[in-house]
Design a protein around this ligand. Structure first.
Ligand SMILES: [Mn+2]
Length: 266
């Protein structure tokens, strides 16, 4: 309509700096220290940020959006909802553990869902966000499994099963995957260099940010004459850790401000 400002359908239009990136918290009721750190992170550093990007495996597992009814998941969703309500743009890209998170989770939390991979632009800098499991192409048996569970037909069939049955299936897959990991060479569970190069090439040589491998790091590449960077997010293991991006560049943080504990901040 003439005279009306165009309304962007791009969910990333809401993204503002500084942006914080996390992945692989594997939240569950069985890991209270990690969830406590997450709640402190949401109540602290996130409130000073412009955007929060959760790049997958926030939950140890997510059996479908009806899984939000469990008391633990309710608590997590409520804390995320407060973040979105306070005006911070929060984004969620499902990982392999929570790939069944959908519009239901988005509606409950106020987070915007991102597909994998998703580029986000801040000025001249493009950041390419991905969970990371798609890059582990040397792990052939995992990629076969991944293709199956990403198939919409498989997902529809799976989600039609009762929640208890889905949880049971996921528990079985988790146990099998833990056993299989012990027999796999460590290097096949890392990203494949060619898969990374192809992704960087396809997206015009951005800075790549991913998790999944639990091998935190900062890698630089010269690729086709372009300098590219790859940031690997750390898993949480009871302790908070996040990557921040602002006009000053990238920085990694792992300290929460000392809790006010009901008192006043100095
Ligand atoms: Mn993962």
């Amino acid at each position: 309509m003439a005279g009306c400002a165009p309304v962007s359908s791009d969910p990333l239009a809401a993204a503002k700096l500084p942006a914080l990136f996390i992945a692989d918290l594997h939240l569950s009721a069985a890991r209270p220290r990690t969830s406590a750190a997450f709640f402190d992170f949401l109540a602290g550093p996130v409130r000073q940020a412009g955007s929060l990007f959760i790049l997958g495996d926030l939950f140890e597992y997510w059996a479908g959006d009806d899984d939000a009814a469990s008391p633990f998941n309710q608590k997590v969703c409520a804390a995320l909802r407060e973040v979105a309500s306070s005006g911070i743009a929060a984004f969620f890209m499902p990982g392999n553990r929570d790939l069944l998170a959908g519009d239901g989770l988005a509606a409950m939390t106020g987070m915007r869902l991102l597909s994998d991979p998703t580029p986000v632009r801040f000025g001249a800098q493009t950041l390419l966000l991905t969970h990371g499991d798609a890059l582990c192409t040397d792990d052939l048996s995992y990629q076969v499994y991944r293709q199956q569970v990403h198939d919409p037909v498989w997902q529809t069939g799976f989600l039609a099963q009762p929640l208890d049955m889905r949880r049971e299936f996921i528990e079985k897959v988790r146990n099998q995957s833990e056993t299989a990991k012990r027999d796999k060479r460590a290097d096949i569970m890392d990203v494949n260099t060619d898969a990374v190069a192809n992704l960087l090439r396809t997206h015009g040589y951005p800075a790549l940010i991913h998790g999944h491998t639990h091998r935190p790091g900062h890698h630089t590449y010269m690729l086709d004459g372009h300098r590219c960077e790859r940031y690997v997010l750390a898993d949480w293991h009871d302790h908070p850790i996040w990557l921040a991006y602002s006009h000053a560049g990238f920085s990694v943080h792992n300290r929460l401000p000392v809790a006010a504990a009901g008192g006043e901040q100095p």
